[in-house]
Structure formats: C-alpha cells, structure tokens
Design a protein around this ligand. Structure first.
Ligand code: ACO
Length: 397
C-alpha cells in the first residue's frame, strides 16, 4: 500500500501572481506606458503627437515595423492592404450560418479563425516578404469582415472596399453605404475615428494581447492567434467595457436618469455594481488616451449637433465621479472606453458593435506583438500554478 503521508503535495517554489498584476511575460520594444504618470508611447513616440499629427495606417506601420514609414513606404503599404481587402466569397456561406441575433464579436472571432481555412500557409517570420504579405492580408480582410458582422445583423447586403477611398473612410462606407446610404464622409467624423483607432492601436501586455502572444507562442498562425485575441477582448472587464458603458447609461436613463443613485451603488461594497468606463488596471492617475478622446468627443458632438439624453447622463456622471471622494481616493477616472462609447453612439454605431471598433483599432498591436514574439523566438507560454486540491487519495468506492 502507498504511504500517502510520505508523498509531496507541493511542486517546489512558485511565484503566485493571480491576474499577473506584477509579472512581466516578455521583453518588448513596442509600447511604453507609465501608469503613475499617465504616459503612453508607441515605439518611443508620444501618443499625444501621434494622435494629433499622424493617421491610423501610418501608426499601424510604425507599430508593426518599428519605424515611421517614408511617404513612398506608406503609399505602398496602403496599396498592398487594398489588394487584400477582397474576402473569399465562400466566407459568406459561413456568415449565413449565423443567426442575425449573434453578437458581432462572436461572429468576428469565428470569421477571423475561418480565414485560416482560406489562407492556410502559416507565416514564416524569418522571411520578411511572407511576413509583410501576412500583415497586409490581415489588415485588409479584418476590416471588411468586421463590418460584415454588422451588415449581417441588419440583414443588409455585404459591401466591398472602395479602392478610391482611405482605410478609415472605408470603414464607414462598408458599414453604412446602401441601403441606408449612400454614405457621405464627414471629415470631423473620419478624423475622430482615426484618432480612436490610433489610441487603441496597442497597449502592451493587456489581456487580449497577452492572449495573442500566448496562442502564437505554440506557433499557431497569425489569424488563429488574432481570433483568440478577439475573444479575449470581448469580455466586459476589457474591450467589452465600451458596450457596458452605454448599456449602463441606457439603464440609468430608463430608470429616471438619477446618476447619483448609480454613483452610490458603485460605492456600496455590498453591491457588485461598478461604474463602467471608470478605473484602469495600469493607469492609476489618469488615462492619457481619455484626455485626447474627450476633446474629440466634444468636437464630434458639437459638429454633429447631437442632442441625446444618454450623452447628458454621461456628462452628469463624469462630473459627479470626478468630485467624489470614493473615486478620487482610489484614483478612478474615466478611461478611454467611457468616451469612445459616447463618440460611437453619436456616429450611429450600434452598441454591440463597439467592441468590434476596439478590435479594428487594436489589430496592428496584436500583429506587432505576435511578430515580435516570434522574431524573439520566445518559448511556449506555460505558467505554473499552486495546487490547492486534495492530497493523494486512495481510490475506493
Ligand atoms: N466602480 C467602482 N469601484 C471601482 C471601480 C469602478 N469602476 N473600479 C475599481 N473600483 C474600486 C474597487 O472596488 C476597489 O475598491 P477597494 O479598494 O475598496 O476594494 C478599488 O477601486 C481598486 O479596484 P481593483 O478592482 O483592485 O482594480 P483593478 O486594477 O483590479 O481593476 C478594472 C481595474 C477591472 C478596469 C476596474 O477598474 C473595473 O472593473 N472598471 C470597470 C470596467 C472598465 O471600465 N473596464 C475597462 C478597462 S480599460 C480597457 O480595457 C481599455
């Protein structure tokens, strides 16, 4: 018989850090952020400069390839992405299999994974031409299928990329051109969206990015890894927060518009309710992205002349929380999701597409992190655990 008392039930010394609050998983040269000081930089460039002076495709190139492109490189990048915006027609059969009520994030994750079936060659990262092609393919096709998730939910025909228009403008066209269109671009809207995509483009080792790296560390391909990233982003504590913000504001509105009541609920430790769009795991002072996007939100609302009671509640809530001791003492400020939800609503983007918008913005970050992980020849991700279950038991019925 086994002498159970002599058996080891621990597995040696293990660092336990649930949620990886203080564990680094890799070395990275892509994004620098300082949560205390509210600093965010891509490849050494301040987010404030990039949001003001650059555009989404230029920032995507910078994040993925490490340097700002020359004018010729940027032009070529746009051309090459355009080349890959055609999505295999058979993908439409897959979309048709989903009910109209399916959440766009679920459909997006499935479609991104399905892209592997039509692009089976896994990327050889040592071959820069192959890597470049995979980058352009992902940037081109992902934008189109992301908008198709919305077209499907509305029962509208699926639109195709217009080669005479820019990437961000194409997003609005793909979403809204006919039967509700023809869509006419408003430069203030395109500019605000461009900024939003830039602000979301990377954020070091957040949950979805770590997922992309983790899946890719088993040498799964780029599309498969990004599909996993989409699923990770969906949750309300991560990218799903922008949808949760609007749902919360709608609930406040429907129940009489009393923002103070919800503020009190959020402070009540016996109530699990949290104010969505407030607080951040890393930024404990302010979210530098929120500062930039608050300005863009004011511009969009002003230009479009939007009158919306939901947006009035958002303003009330923001003002009350910024004055409140509970929120002040815990450094809980509106994060980027609070304002992005407001802009999306003003643009007529349906609430359950908000997280898809985040995914479009985050795509270059996921690609860059996947590429870096493979180029650095990182080992397969495989955390340990501290076992707290039963010690060995004798099998007896
Ligand atoms: N409303 C009310 N109280 C809050 C909130 C909130 N939104 N966020 C944190 N707190 C409180 C906590 O209850 C805790 O209080 P305590 O010290 O009395 O126990 C304290 O602030 C610290 O909170 P933690 O949960 O330890 O903070 P953590 O870093 O783990 O969580 C998170 C960060 C998940 C973002 C949290 O602030 C939250 O749930 N916010 C709402 C959801 C949200 O907006 N998510 C978007 C994140 S940004 C992004 O993904 C781009």
């Amino acid at each position: 018989a086994i002498d159970i008392s002599k058996l080891r039930d621990a597995s040696g010394l293990i660092t336990l850090d649930p949620g990886y609050k203080n564990s680094g998983s890799c070395k990275s040269g892509i994004t620098f952020l300082d949560g205390e000081l509210g600093i965010l930089r891509y490849r050494g460039y301040a987010i404030e400069d990039l949001a003001e002076k650059s555009n989404f495709l230029e920032v995507s190139y910078l994040i993925i390839f490490g340097e700002l492109p020359t004018a010729a490189q940027l032009h070529q990048f746009e051309e090459d992405i355009r080349k890959y915006t055609l999505v295999n027609e058979e993908m439409k059969n897959i979309i048709d299999g989903f009910p109209k009520t399916a959440h766009p994030m679920g459909v997006l994750s499935a479609l991104t994974s399905a892209l592997t079936a039509f692009n089976p060659k896994s990327v050889n990262v040592d071959n820069s031409a192959e890597m470049y092609e995979a980058v352009c393919k992902t940037m081109g096709k992902f934008l189109v299928i992301a908008t198709w998730t919305y077209r499907k939910s509305m029962g509208f025909p699926l639109n195709y990329y217009d080669n005479t228009k820019g990437y961000v403008e194409n997003f609005m066209r793909l979403m809204f051109e006919l039967p509700t269109g023809p869509y006419a671009a408003n430069p203030v809207v395109i500019n605000a969206l461009d900024k939003l995509f830039i602000l979301h483009a990377d954020h070091e080792q957040n949950c979805s990015t770590s997922t992309v790296r983790m899946v890719g560390s088993s040498h799964a391909g780029l599309f498969a890894s990004i599909s996993a990233g989409v699923s990770a982003l969906w949750g309300p504590l991560h990218g799903g927060a922008n949808q949760a913000v609007l749902e919360m504001l709608e609930e406040i509105y429907k129940t009489g518009g009393d923002a103070e009541k919800y503020l009190a609920k959020a402070k009540d430790k016996n109530d699990p309710f949290r104010l969505m769009g407030f607080g951040h795991r890393v930024y404990k002072n302010f979210d530098p992205r929120a500062k930039i996007i608050k300005k863009a939100a004011d511009e969009v609302l002003g230009t479009l002349g939007v009158q919306d009671p939901i947006l009035d509640i958002a303003k009330k809530l923001e003002a009350a929380a910024l004055e409140d001791d509970y929120f002040k003492s815990r450094n809980l400020y509106p994060n980027v999701d609070f304002y992005s939800g407001i802009i999306y609503r003003a643009l007529g983007i349906p609430t359950d597409m908000f997280t898809v918008m985040f995914a479009i913005g985050r795509l270059p970050g996921w690609i860059a992190q996947w590429k870096e992980m493979r180029e650095n020849k990182e080992p397969i991700g495989r955390p340990r655990q501290v076992y707290v279950g039963h010690p060995l038991r004798e099998f007896k019925r």
